[in-house]
Design a protein around this ligand. Structure first.
Ligand code: CDP
Length: 237
């Protein structure tokens, strides 16, 4: 059966309501909260700081280390505290999504640690985490060539791209290929592209274009959050 109307009434290219705040963890070097609908991510940055043990150090430049996890209370099902295969995978893709925007050449032998915690999960948590982490890195003053904006699109076979799917949509019985994507908005470079499901080359290409457009709205929310802390302005752009 065709998916003609979204479960929550949004348009097919509409992102959930977003909210972002920079500097939410005062003791961290940089921090941010990013909310997409009911999905809430918090990111904290520590560093650049000396990396131990020393055999992990790179004398040429600093390294980035990401640690993502869901809080036990963030999901309805039982979730054991502590790392899992899933959290390790998401940590790794988060690191790879963020790294192209960072310049750590001036920080040899150092590490920048990014901690992402999901307080409330309604799908798209890796994307919300990347959006928060990108802001937290900027807040920490880590040299960056661009922000990173991420959102997950659902691709329905022979139907359409569904931007920023929630959990109900992700579980849609008609089949929804969950496709998280992250871009550097200035250059348009893709830094994360995953897909869980099946879709044709044309469907993927078209979904990527629509997702990129949606990412520009995320960028606006991120820029506003940074301006609120650093730009001394209160109005939205
Ligand atoms: O969150 P994201 O879409 O990036 O990753 P996922 O592995 O595709 O997970 C999709 C969703 O499943 C999460 O956002 C949570 O809402 C839910 N989930 C859960 O309920 N319990 C888990 N242990 C893991 C995920």
């Amino acid at each position: 059966m065709a998916y003609t109307k979204r479960f929550d009434g949004r348009k097919f290219d509409e992102i959930r309501e977003m909210e972002a705040k920079v500097g939410v963890i005062k003791s961290a070097d940089g921090s941010a909260m990013f909310r997409m609908g009911k999905t809430i991510a918090i990111a904290a940055v520590r560093g650049p700081r000396n990396l131990h043990p020393r055999f992990l150090q790179n004398p040429e430049k600093g390294i980035l280390r990401c640690n993502y996890d869901l809080m036990s209370f963030s999901v309805n099902e039982r979730k054991r505290p502590g790392p899992s295969r899933r959290s390790q995978e998401v940590s790794l893709v988060t690191e790879k999504a963020l790294l192209p925007a960072l310049n750590l050449d001036d920080f040899p032998n150092s590490v920048v640690d990014v901690f992402v915690q999901i307080l409330q999960a309604d799908a798209g948590t890796r994307c919300a985490g990347i959006n928060a982490a990108s802001l937290a890195l900027a807040d920490a003053g880590v040299p960056m060539s661009d922000l990173i904006c991420a959102v997950a699109t659902g691709i329905i076979h022979k139907d359409k791209a569904v931007i920023d799917i929630n959990k109900e949509e992700e579980d849609y019985e008609g089949g929804m290929a969950d496709t998280p994507l992250a871009i550097m908005p200035h250059s348009g470079r893709i830094t994360l592209l995953q897909m869980d499901g099946e879709a044709s080359r044309e469907e993927i290409k078209s979904a990527i274009e629509k997702t990129k457009e949606a990412c520009m709205k995320i960028r606006d929310v991120q820029v506003n959050a940074l301006k609120k802390k650093y730009g001394g302005i209160k109005d939205e752009i």
